[in-house]
Design a protein around this ligand. Structure first.
Ligand code: ASP
Length: 309
């Protein structure tokens, strides 16, 4: 059955062993995710564009300290925060991406501004910050992103490895956020925002802001937002990989996404997951880790959220 509109969000995938979070914390996270889905469904039912809805959903996730994006982003090896984000419109294939953001509280808004107010797709580092300033977007001190939980995670990563950088299956590595949607007008959009990986090297960029890797949308096929060990997601060109399997190999959404998550990524040791929606509004949320913070809903499916399998 076709869904007039649909939305899915994630707050990262990883080895989230049951018992690490208290039942209250789990409930809190699930409620945040479900609340964002309910609000997004309302906006979609009122006719808002998929692009606006994914941006608003990601803003909420960026502002929530539980997730590794915006407030609550992980620390890099220097004890600082460098954030990446991307957004893409499936109707026009317009896209905006930023990396190495240190002072913009909502990097996805900078990515959207790049898409709309610049002739470019991707701005990095100081240029991206300067652009955000020129657009009049808000600025914060880099410490705004810091939380105790992420600081402790950096300390354990440092004591475990000394220096960077091979992410293990430890749960403190991940937590990126993302959203995909199909709107009433039949358009798809995707958005992803992240602090990257705990203890990452200065200047490291993962898959999140790379169009076709961590973020991709095309009305012909699907919208995808990924989360996991970015180096592998880059090498498997995850977002476009799902889309290409649908477009050229004529796989359906679920088969295409599952092929990438359960065959391609594990073939090089890549862990994580993705959320994707096709042009009929079907939703899939596969992951090859113990858990993925996720929520979803549509015109015919009430809002739901889950952490584990
Ligand atoms: N994919 C992100 C990165 O490698 C991390 C994550 O999804 O948690 O930067």
């Amino acid at each position: 059955m076709s869904h007039e509109y649909s939305i899915a969000i994630h707050g990262g995938a990883g080895a989230m062993s049951k018992g690490k979070l208290s039942p209250e914390q789990e409930e809190d996270i699930k409620n945040v995710l479900k609340g964002i889905i309910e609000e997004s469904l309302k906006h979609l039912s009122e006719g808002q564009s998929a692009l606006d809805v994914v941006q608003t959903a990601v803003n909420k996730l960026e502002d929530c300290p539980w997730f590794n994006a915006g407030k609550g982003a992980v620390f890099n090896h220097e004890g600082k925060h460098e954030l990446d984000a991307a957004i893409m419109c499936g109707k026009t294939l317009e896209a905006g991406a930023v990396s190495g953001i240190r002072y913009s509280p909502n990097p996805i808004n900078v990515a959207r501004a790049v898409m709309e107010n610049s002739p470019h797709v991707y701005l990095g580092g100081e240029g991206a910050e300067k652009f955000a300033q020129d657009c009049g977007l808000p600025e914060v001190d880099n410490q705004y992103f810091s939380t105790d939980m992420r600081y402790q995670q950096l300390q354990s990563a440092l004591s475990e490895k000394g220096v960077v950088l091979e992410p293990t299956t430890n749960d403190y590595k991940y937590g990126t956020v993302g959203a995909v949607a199909k709107d009433k007008h039949g358009n798809l959009a995707a958005a992803t925002s992240t602090g990257g990986i705990t203890n990452k090297q200065y200047g490291r960029i993962g898959d999140t802001p790379v169009i076709g890797s961590g973020t991709y949308a095309n009305n012909l096929t699907c919208a995808v937002s990924a989360t996991g060990h970015g180096e592998h997601f880059l090498r498997h060109v995850v977002g476009y990989n799902v889309s290409a399997r649908m477009q050229f190999a004529h796989l359906d959404l679920i088969s295409a996404a599952e092929h990438v998550v359960f065959q391609d990524l594990p073939s090089t040791g890549g862990s994580g997951g993705l959320i994707a929606i096709d042009k009929e509004g079907n939703i899939t949320l596969p992951f090859n880790t113990e858990g993925m913070y996720r929520g979803w809903g549509s015109s015919i499916q009430p809002a739901q959220s889950k952490i584990y399998k």
